[in-house]
Write a protein that binds this ligand. Structure first.
Ligand code: SAM
Length: 274
């Protein structure tokens, strides 16, 4: 499809009086080069379904549509809906916009083929959605996740053991998915610029270890990293059976949470569930 002639984003925002709202965590991206690179992260999107969360004025949506994706986008801010409707008119049949809160609306049944999920979201919303997508029954209804986070959260998602960033989020993200930092994004790329740097994380599901419940892993990691400076024999007391399970898994009870690999947490959860 030939890309339609669209007015510059800044002009569209001015015409619609779309001031970025702090309450909605709005930091917009306008740089088409950066937006194009984000849209490239999931791979070739031509003819493929994409779920975009929080399209705002549609910068990233434009890049996804230019890549040939079929986009369903959910946006909470009613002020953005007319702007997105204009974009939908420019790409007939390729963009459907839903006004709503992504934390409340379940869109999983809308897709015949697994969608790539792409989002530049407020950080609290992004983390809540990430945990909900990772905790749902496996295999997931989505193909992969391309998500903007503040750099520190991105580092935690992809962190390895024995690093300061390694924690609960690392284990919950990595036990059944491969996560990598696909692209750092400088704060100056956003309007208005946030105080901190950002990064886009790409997450691809892998086969889930069998016989392990998400809830067990969640309880274990919450207890272990809730007191990360303490030895496991102390921090895991809150989880019935966990201290005894350490020995069965060959994990020394004198170790601390940040030394325990994702595989060891999975083994511990399996021993608990057995
Ligand atoms: N994607 C646009 C971009 O890259 O320029 C906008 C990004 S801005 C950081 C986040 C967007 O998510 C805003 O448009 C905001 O209104 C929207 N948003 C915030 N919370 C949301 C929610 N719970 N559900 C859907 N959209 C939400």
């Amino acid at each position: 499809m030939t890309a339609p002639d669209l007015p510059p984003l800044r002009e569209v925002i001015r015409a619609h009086g779309l001031q970025a709202s702090r309450a909605l965590g709005q930091n917009f991206l306008f740089d088409s080069n950066i937006l194009g690179r984000i849209a490239d992260i999931p791979g070739d999107l031509a003819g493929r379904p994409v779920l975009e969360i929080g399209p705002g004025p549609g910068g990233l949506t434009r890049a996804l549509l230019a890549a040939g994706a079929r986009v369903i986008a959910i946006e909470r801010d009613h002020r953005c809906i007319p702007v997105l409707a204009e974009l939908a008119d420019a790409y007939p049949g390729y963009l459907e916009v839903i006004e709503g809160d992504a934390l409340e609306v379940d869109l999983s049944a809308r897709f015949g083929q697994k969608p790539s999920i792409v989002a530049n979201l407020p950080y609290n919303v992004g983390t809540a959605l990430l945990v909900s997508w990772l905790s749902a029954p496996w295999t997931p209804w989505w193909r992969d996740l391309t998500l903007m986070f503040q750099r520190e959260v991105a580092d935690r998602i992809v962190a390895e053991p024995n690093t300061a960033a390694y924690g609960r989020l690392s284990v919950l993200a990595q036990w059944r998915a491969a996560a990598r930092i696909a692209m750092p994004v400088h704060r100056s790329a956003f309007t208005p610029p946030p105080k901190i740097m950002s990064a886009v994380v790409h997450i691809v599901p892998v086969e889930q270890p069998r016989d392990v419940a998400f809830s067990s892993l969640e309880r274990l990691t919450a207890a272990a990293f809730g007191q990360r400076r303490k030895m496991l024999r102390q921090s895991l007391k809150a989880v019935p059976g966990a201290v005894a399970a350490l020995e069965r898994c060959g994990i020394a009870p004198t170790r601390r949470a940040e030394t325990v690999s994702v595989e060891e947490f999975v083994a511990l959860a399996r021993a608990l569930d057995a």
